[in-house]
Unconditional design. Sequence first.
Length: 99
Amino acid sequence: MTAWAGQTYTGWIEFIAEQAKRGETLAVFGKFGYLWPWLQATLENWQSEWLQLMTFVLFTTFLIHKGSHESKDADEAMQAALDRIEQKVESLEKGNVQG
């Protein structure tokens, strides 16, 4: 909320300067009021925040389910590797017992 208040205040100061430079009157509402640039800035900020949040969620979901340490895929791959090692050890043991 503090950042939003800061954005509102600094946007208002910028709006006042622009209106003074053009020689126009100040208005909050109406066709040329401060409401429109304020809404644009607010929605741009919200859009970037949501895009960032959704990117984090999607990448986290992808990384957790595709090869991360928390993934079941990693456990299955580890078990398959252990099974292969066990088979090789057993075949070596059989070779030493017979020979």
